[in-house]
Ligand binder design. Structure first.
Ligand code: PLP
Length: 422
């Protein structure tokens, strides 16, 4: 460990410091393709590691339960104003600890235990917190699920409408965690209105694309926007809930005191910085580059014989269906990891395999775009993936090692904040 990077940490706790240093090297040398991950800026990294950490601030700016909030109030108010400006909403709450608690706050604000709630099924690309059985949201509420069509891999809005009118859910969630296509918020809005449901757009994955104008905005269409701040939005790990004025009180009450105690002020500061960065022209370019890279990578994978759910992508994410290859998703994901390419195994819609050992891998371009890779690099990335999957099928460990060295070589030319230069 280079002690000068984290001198106090290295002196106090060398064991822990060595783990951090190893993670820095790992992030520097690998090609990180997990679509929910990113690299925060140096400014976000700094803001998230400040003495704001030391302060208790239960309540909201101007209405706190602890004194000494002169600076914290300014920081939170700044984050709120920036969120409202960037996403074009009346109200923003920047306190949820992460995406899952943010969604739980939405249930608390609008539903009673036992109410029917509707969301996309987890194996179809939805999120656990959209009423899936193993989640608290699926055991405390009656979750009903919609999916995608088997032939197109796309949401069938007529089928969703029919189901919503039959089930009359209290809440409808749109958005998900493995959706490679644009979400039609207007279509969901008309369905929710007809069914008398509160509509929630969970844009955790695509918030940065929305901020940068590379995906349509849910603002004006939905009752509540829920998002994490650490995926394409490129902020610290956290979340926000945004809504029209009429729902502001219910949302704020649900987050605090309904669900949480003191907000994580260092995270609020990091969110404020990320929102400032996301309002710059450079972020508009970033968001569009993420999509351009994903489209180029999808095209290069199709050329190499891969089967992609829905046939490609409109956003930052690609779901590779390995059903036609001799390698299940987990085996492929682990082989790619040994080749220095970090992905996750994932179910594909109508997966013939079990959820803990599914047929797909999920990849995305937010991280590699943050490091400066462009569409010209995507054929090379697709080559590496094809070679690694092939090596996994043959059990060729040596080939994986060769790819790992090639990956590290390229990534050394594309640094990211907080990572050691090789
Ligand atoms: C990531 C994600 C979440 C949960 O966020 P955590 O911060 O992991 O709790 C919720 N909804 C969607 C759609 C997500 O992609």
């Amino acid at each position: 460990m280079n002690a000068s990077r984290h001198p106090a940490l290295s002196a106090t706790d060398p064991e822990l410091a060595s783990f951090v240093a190893a993670e820095e090297v790992l992030q520097a040398q690998t090609l990180r393709l997990i679509p929910s991950e990113n690299y925060v800026s140096a400014a976000v990294l700094e803001a998230s590691g400040t003495v704001l950490q030391n302060k208790y601030s239960e309540g909201y700016p101007g209405r706190r339960y602890y004194e000494g909030q002169q600076n914290i109030d300014r920081i939170e108010a700044l984050a709120v104003e920036r969120a409202k400006g960037l996403f074009g909403v009346d109200h923003a709450n920047v306190q949820p600890y992460s995406g899952s608690p943010a969604n739980l706050a939405v249930y608390l604000a609008f539903a009673q235990p036992g109410d029917t709630v509707m969301g996309m099924a987890l194996p179809m690309g939805g999120h656990l917190t959209h009423g899936w059985g193993v989640s608290a949201t699926g055991s405390w509420f009656r979750g009903v699920q919609y999916g995608v069509r088997a032939d197109t891999g796309l949401i069938d809005y007529d089928a969703v409408r029919e189901q919503a009118l039959a089930e009359r859910p209290r809440l409808i969630f749109c958005g998900g965690t493995a959706l490679p296509r644009t979400i039609d918020f207007a279509a969901f809005a008309s369905i929710a209105q007809e069914a008398g449901a509160v509509l929630v757009a969970d844009v955790a994955h695509i918030a940065g694309l929305i901020a940068g104008g590379a995906h349509p905005s849910p603002a004006g269409h939905v009752d509540v926007v829920s998002t994490t701040t650490h995926k394409t939005l490129r902020g610290p790990r956290g979340a926000m809930l945004m809504c029209r004025e009429e729902h502001a009180k219910a949302i704020d009450k649900a987050v605090f005191p309904g669900l949480q105690g003191g907000p994580h002020n260092q995270t609020t500061a990091g969110i404020a910085v990320a929102l400032h960065e996301a309002a710059q022209p450079s972020f508009v370019r970033y968001a569009h580059a993420v999509v351009a890279n994903a489209k180029a990578l999808a095209a290069a994978l199709l050329e190499r014989g891969f089967d992609l759910v829905s046939g490609g992508t409109d956003n930052h994410l690609i779901l590779i269906d390995l059903t036609g290859k001799d390698v299940p998703g987990k085996v492929a994901a682990k082989a790619l990891d040994r080749a220095g390419i970090v992905v996750n195994h994932n179910t594909v819609p109508f997966d013939p395999r079990k959820p803990f050992d599914p047929s797909g891998i999920r990849i995305g371009t937010p991280s590699l775009t943050s490091r400066g890779l462009t569409a010209e690099h995507m054929p090379l990335v697709a080559d590496w993936i094809a070679r690694a999957v092939d090596a996994a099928a043959k059990g060729d460990e040596q080939a994986l090692g060769v790819i790992r060295a090639e990956v590290a070589d390229l990534m050394a030319a594309f640094p990211a904040p907080g990572l050691p230069l090789s």
